[in-house]
Design a protein around this ligand. Sequence first.
Ligand code: C2E
Ligand code: MG
Ligand code: MG
Ligand code: MG
Length: 282
Amino acid sequence: RAKADGKSSLRFFDAEMDQHIRERDQLERELKTAVARGDIRPFFQPLVDLRTKEIVGFEALARWSHPVLGAVPPDRFIPVAEDTGLIQELSESLLAESCRAALDWPTSVTLSFNISPVQLKEPTLGLRILAILARTGLPPSRLEIEITESALVRDLESARSVLTSLREAGVRLALDDFGTGYSSLYHLRNFKLDKIKIDRSFVSSMAHEHESAEIVSALVGLGHGLGLTITAEGVEGSEQEADLLARGCQQGQGYLFSQAVSAEEAVSLLRPGQDRASAAGQ
Ligand code: C2E
Ligand code: MG
Ligand code: MG
Ligand code: MG
């Protein structure tokens, strides 16, 4: 159809591109106000110990509730925030709100927070994060920073000094989306990491792709040897959960357990006696 109808599908594509560009322009114009007004807030997705089924942490995930567009996902506005230089201000307000939310959780429950590669280019980032911890009263040992491998590739020196200062203060480090980027064992040797998060593409293909399943097993083995926690992202089904458990994976995160929820709902997921069934599938 695309061939026979080349011109009109091209026109359709143009229109879609146009729409996309217009929407991005709109987000760019409105982002500053949204940040100032606090329209972008953290939601929290549980990290679960696969053996005990207990919630051991929450990952803060940014959500923009836009008056016209509705819920704008982070993949659409984080890049805009990076390009416009708003990422620092946005990230700091999200972190402060997340830390305050974490103070309502048991002290054994950690907060995971995403930092984008662009932010790691700023050498004072470590100090800024530590200042927010001090101001909100969340102990550094309860914070885990999630970075992707591209962050370590882009500006190695700045990343190294930021991550070292955080680590020395007791903040933990996780490598996010492992297996999708410049996966290099070099990073495991040269950065003191606490955790590897296996990208959800491996988890979703484990059942029908021998390679993915073997990669998961190998990473679990590597994790054991290096003293790292292995977390599987995107756990959606109980078969996946069972398979991960059988392969020795300690932690999981995914819609099987819960989507990201508001701070209030996060606290209610932690309430003793509340079983997992009521948290899943929202
Ligand atoms: P991420 O850090 O890898 O976060 C995991 C993403 O997978 C989240 O998407 C989450 O909602 C989604 N997810 C969780 N469980 C499942 C599942 O079972 N199935 C599927 N299909 N997806 C699942 P989300 O919230 O749209 O975030 C996308 C990305 O945006 C994040 O990927 C992270 O890189 C970035 N991000 C989110 N919040 C922030 C933030 O505050 N700052 C920065 N710099 N980046 C953020
Ligand atoms: Mg993450
Ligand atoms: Mg991830
Ligand atoms: Mg991601």
